[in-house]
Write a protein that binds this ligand. Sequence first.
Ligand code: F3S
Length: 407
Amino acid sequence: MHLTEQETAWLAGDAGPAIRRAMEIVVALGKIYGAERLIPVASVQISGVSYRNIGASGLDFLRRWAEEDARVRIPTTLNPTAMDMAAWRAQGFDPAFAAKQQEVVEVFARMGVGGGRPIPTCTPYLIGNVPAPGEHIAWAESSAVSYANSVLGARTNREGGPGAIAAALTGRTGAYGLHLDAARRATLRVEVTAPLHSIPDFSALGAIVGRAASKRVPYFEGLPLARGDDLWQEKLKALGAAMAATGAVALYHVAGVTPEAATPAILAPEHETCVVDDLTPGYALLNDATASVDLVWIGCPHASPAEIALAAEAVRGHRLRAPLWITCARPIKDAAAAQGLAAEIEAAGGRIIADACMAIAPVKDLGFQCVATPSAKGAFYLRNLAGVAAHFGTLEQCIAAALTGEW
Ligand code: F3S
């Protein structure tokens, strides 16, 4: 691999042990994936923030790096934590767990993540971290990677936790995979004839196509969506998140909508074609037999202001039996409070939760056994990471479950 003079010096330890370790990781990853050189990246998004997931050894690893004076050199944002960093008591978290979770975020803050005041979220593009088309970035959260690549036209592989930190400390990543034109061509043409209306419909479509695509790059035709339509970004956010969960899709194109769809020869000649004429299998894929629902979760990926407004409208005048938690970035929670939406949701018995993701929270320890959500990705990870039963359905089905406590 060709390294610049400065990169070679960093690798030799000239800039201290933290940068040397980061360079070792960046170079090792680049070699594994066949990169011929490193490229500068404009921003980083770090995953592996939940203390439930990283545990004591992960926290030690971060502490050691911070003690070596590791500092990020480019704008860097943080994935969600397990809990609302300000309102964790009301969520029922154990103080010992909360202290560890707070320390994880403090260590990242010491490294300069979020300018020293990180805002944990999986939708950094909703709070100002919006990469430009063609810009190279190193993001880790799979739904954000999909959104950045597909909807914004930026270029990122899906970084692992340590790889993203290493990219933030060096401002570099290997020039391989989705940073290069060749890997951005579509290899699966998806003809959509099923009617799609709501955001969860796009999530159900993503659940189906993710399974069919695995690591391939889908090219959608027939989607009833135009840039600038009501909720078009939310629908694509849901589509990409679901494909990243049931498959490993990190980039997709939508004819007439996403920026690279019109690139000549974007559809590889050797592509295969599949047709989706029914969303029922997508909804059915992620439903357990458990009938009683003890939590309804909206906000996977983190909710936009429009999604919070939809939820507030759906619960207006109702009294929920099961708790309803809506997760989002803190500035979006604050805006919802200022607009009176948070009060409406609370009047119905719901709550807006900043910073957190329920899929990486100790959901069982909080007393929940079965969670309903209008997100295919949410249901997928509730089952596979949080280890609880899940239901995936429309917003109406989820609100009905919150009203009755039954699916
Ligand atoms: Fe975000 Fe968690 Fe869903 S990180 S995309 S809310 S699984």
